[in-house]
Design a protein around this ligand. Structure first.
Ligand SMILES: Cc1cc2nc3c(=O)[nH]c(=O)nc-3n(C[C@H](O)[C@H](O)[C@H](O)COP(=O)(O)OP(=O)(O)OC[C@H]3O[C@@H](n4cnc5c(N)ncnc54)[C@H](O)[C@@H]3O)c2cc1C
Length: 310
């Protein structure tokens, strides 16, 4: 049903409604993001303001925050921390900055294969990781952030704070019959067919697939949905004739200007490197990977994925 009240019938429904940004779940930030040291690059204006804030920052405590719940692109809160560090080193102010990465999760990265490499990046950059601290409120006037921990609430003073907002499935999905108890569209993790409605398929961030929510994952999910939907429409039994998705996802973690680590994994969280073939250890950030991120992936996205060719 549309906002206008108009109802549209369907034979098959493919749900790919993305993630909802829940800025309202962090008390105190409404109307305050994008200035006075408080930034979040998850909107177009927010990204511009974050870059302005990074360039004008000259010293003090800089905190980069990741929420405890599911987010799109698990590496994104770290990417902005690493890029800010790189910029501050280039502009000669890094020595005057106490930089921290504060996450609501118990570890800084889900895949145990890539995690030590990212911990090493933080050590090298002198970014202090703080885990199991979930941002719940900010006092932008006093520049104090409050975090929920297993031992109760704690606060940190900041001069610069970038936060990734809490995220969830869109409300209209949560309140629909399509959702599971977590609010996401309940699909089979291999066939992407809905668990209870055979003529519904789901993919992308709004689905309950237990893998990292990325565009790279969707690139592998889309052909599975197309094949299985067409086979189902032809009367096939997907239990015996279907394409299967194995949870592939990847996260190009930019670690410096000119360096990128391509973390690729599947449901098992084990590495599944496909790119680049000349690398021996995908945990090493390289310039070749940076070229892939800045030159090749945009072409793959716009010319390939968006046209259904790759
Ligand atoms: C900072 C950042 C960096 C990232 N970096 C990477 C990366 O390097 N590599 C990578 O692979 N992924 C990356 N991602 C993740 C990637 O952007 C998402 O996983 C991907 O866009 C999800 O696609 P989707 O189609 O599921 O949802 P979306 O891209 O969010 O699209 C959902 C669409 O549904 C529409 N919609 C929602 N509700 C309704 C409604 N009620 N009616 C009509 N339309 C509706 C929305 O307007 C939107 O157009 C990054 C994300 C962020 C935020």
């Amino acid at each position: 049903m549309l906002e206008s009240g108009k109802r549209i019938g369907y034979d098959y429904l493919v749900v790919a409604a993305g993630h909802q940004l829940d800025y309202g779940k962090v008390d105190g930030v409404e109307g305050k993001v994008g200035r006075d040291g408080l930034y979040s690059n998850y909107t177009r204006d927010g990204a511009t303001a974050t870059w302005r804030g990074i360039r004008s920052f000259a010293g003090g405590t800089a905190i980069f925050v990741e929420p405890k719940g599911p987010i799109k692109c698990g590496g994104a809160p770290q990417k902005i921390a690493y890029l800010a560090d790189s910029h501050w080193r280039r502009s000669g102010v890094r020595e005057r900055i106490d930089q921290r990465f504060v996450t609501g999760k118990p570890v800084i990265f889900g895949s145990p294969y890539y995690r030590p490499a990212l911990e090493e990046v933080m050590r090298r950059k002198k970014i202090t990781p703080v885990v199991s601290h979930n941002l719940i409120s900010v006092d932008p006037a006093k520049k104090i952030a409050s975090f929920e921990t297993s031992e109760g609430e704690t606060t940190m003073e900041y001069d610069f704070l970038h936060f990734c907002p809490p995220q969830s499935a869109p409300d209209f999905i949560k309140s629909s019959a399509l959702a599971d108890s977590s609010g996401y569209v309940e699909v089979d993790r291999a066939t992407l067919q809905h668990a209870r409605f055979p003529n519904v398929f789901g993919l992308g961030d709004s689905s309950n697939l237990p893998t990292s929510k990325t565009g790279a994952a969707i690139r592998k999910q889309a052909p599975v949905v197309v094949y299985n939907l067409l086979r189902h429409a032809d009367g096939a039994d997907l239990a015996v004739d279907s394409l299967e998705y194995h949870g592939y996802s990847s996260c190009p973690v930019v670690t410096d200007y000119g360096k990128m680590m391509l973390a690729e994994f599947d449901y098992s969280l084990k590495p599944t490197p496909t790119l680049p073939p000349w690398e021996h250890d995908s945990r090493i950030p390289t310039y070749a990977n940076w070229l892939i991120k800045t030159r090749a992936l945009p072409v793959l996205y716009w010319q390939g994925m968006m046209r259904g060719l790759a």
